[in-house]
Design a protein around this ligand. Structure first.
Ligand SMILES: [Zn+2]
Length: 448
């Protein structure tokens, strides 16, 4: 398979072929890549495409393995104003292996298509794509015998399930935060991620937030952005070769249109997708990509083909909705300004980053966007959001506070069960928009 990738390097001319090997990244086989091979592959890609990629480790696993992230984009090393940040994370359950390999093939596809395929070129010119093939490298290496259903390799070296290990918005999570989880939490804090997916195996479905709930729920835990999440999940399932059929696996549960609300499927505490949505200001869905958690390597090529279009179409959704900058009278950015769409308040209000930027994923339609700097009159703008994903840019809407000269100040949402506090604060009354706003005002006063 090496030969077909060496374009301009005829296989019959061995000497020329060897010369070409020096300048082109090693070809990627359809097989499982263990830690050293995975690292070598990522390094070879970065060496072959140094201006399109940035390779860094966001931390180390319990056993000391690097948690590698390859960033792709026209400006891979740093954030640029207006360019949204996207991420894929795979293999957080070490024995769920398909995502780990297809993300390597996605990397291969993106770097070899840039500059040739106009869509991929525009996508990478207007999006910064972060790819983490494995969040649980120890669990993968610990899985000595591939198994479709269960293995101890699901957990990290300390025996913790990383997808139960994050702070939870609904109840206190007593699990001790693992190094892999901490690394991802810091990563989420340091980047302005807008959209994400978390790749698993053991089912065939796109699952969306919330995974947990407080009080009565009637079998569905609805977020304020439920319509957007359904769209995101369907974008994946309908661009996948078969997920949209919803037939599930064997005689297990079926999923209409290949999607499900996380809680409707089964309740879990401390999951990564709820954490991203509540505290990371990042819409994340969970993709279950294979009925068999650790399928034979000879099926990997088919898994890549089944997922390729869906993986690309899903990234494009980072350009849904509206984005912009909040500035003061001097034109200086205002960090930590609250920018929300009316009627869909986040329990931890979404705030501008250090550059005064906000990104709100919204479906096409008319919305009122509210920009708030504590102590000043809110600015309201009515926006008509078109379908912009094909333009690779969300609608732009900036806000300028004419009377304000605001210095940056740190403020963060406390890592407590916010929804539980909300219920408690409203004394058994169902939370309403009013209650949420009252509580958040109290929290803002406390935590600024
Ligand atoms: Zn999993």
């Amino acid at each position: 398979s090496m030969g077909e990738r060496l374009w301009g390097c005829p296989l019959s001319q061995n000497v020329v072929g060897i010369l070409c090997l020096i300048s082109v990244a090693a070809a990627l086989d359809f097989k499982y890549h263990h830690a050293e091979e995975l690292e070598a592959y990522l390094k070879s890609v970065h060496a072959a495409y140094p201006s399109l990629t940035h390779l860094h480790s966001i931390g180390r696993s319990v056993e000391g393995r690097n948690l590698w992230v390859l960033v792709l984009g026209r400006f891979p090393t740093h954030h640029k104003i207006g360019i949204p940040e996207f991420k894929y994370v795979a293999n957080m359950h070490g024995d769920e292996t398909v995502g780990r390999e297809i993300l390597l093939h996605l990397i291969d596809f993106l770097v070899t298509s840039y500059g040739r395929d106009p869509v991929i070129t525009r996508l990478l010119n207007n999006t910064r794509v972060h790819i983490m093939p494995t969040m649980n490298p120890d669990g993968f290496e610990a899985t000595k015998v591939p198994d479709c259903y269960y293995s101890r390799g699901r957990y990290n070296k300390n025996g913790e399930d990383l997808n139960r290990n994050f702070p939870d918005a609904f109840e206190s999570n007593n699990a001790s935060i693992q190094p892999e989880t901490r690394a991802v939490m810091n990563w989420i804090k340091n980047e302005t991620f807008v959209l994400s997916a978390n790749l698993h195996g053991g089912a065939l479905v796109a699952s969306y937030t919330f995974d947990n709930v407080t009080g009565s729920s009637k079998g569905y835990s609805r977020s304020p952005d439920d319509d957007v999440f359904i769209h995101l999940a369907k974008t994946y399932s309908f661009n996948h070769a078969s997920m949209y059929k919803g037939t599930g696996c064997d005689n297990r549960q079926t999923f209409p249109e290949g999607i499900t609300n996380g809680y409707s499927w089964y309740q879990l505490e401390g999951g990564m997708q709820d954490y991203n949505y509540v505290w990371g200001q990042c819409f994340e869905i969970t993709l279950e990509l294979s009925c068999c958690k650790y399928p034979p390597a000879d099926q990997l090529e088919k898994f890549w083909r089944d997922n390729k279009v869906a993986l690309i179409e899903y990234i494009k959704q980072v350009h849904l909705g509206v984005k912009g900058q909040v500035t003061d009278k001097n034109g200086d950015p205002i960090p930590n300004a609250i920018v929300e769409a009316k009627g869909r308040p986040h329990v931890c209000p979404y705030r501008t980053n250090q550059l005064g930027e906000y990104f709100l994923l919204l479906l096409p339609g008319t919305y009122v966007i509210n920009a708030t700097v504590p102590g000043f009159k809110s600015l309201l703008k009515t926006v008509e959001i078109p379908d912009t994903t094909g333009n690779f840019s969300a609608l732009k809407q900036d806000f300028s506070f004419p009377e304000v000269s605001v210095r940056s100040r740190a403020a963060s949402c406390p890592k407590i069960p916010l929804y539980q506090e909300l219920e408690w604060a409203s004394a058994a009354v169902k939370p309403t928009l009013h209650h949420i706003l009252v509580l958040m005002t109290v929290l803002l006063v406390i935590f600024q």
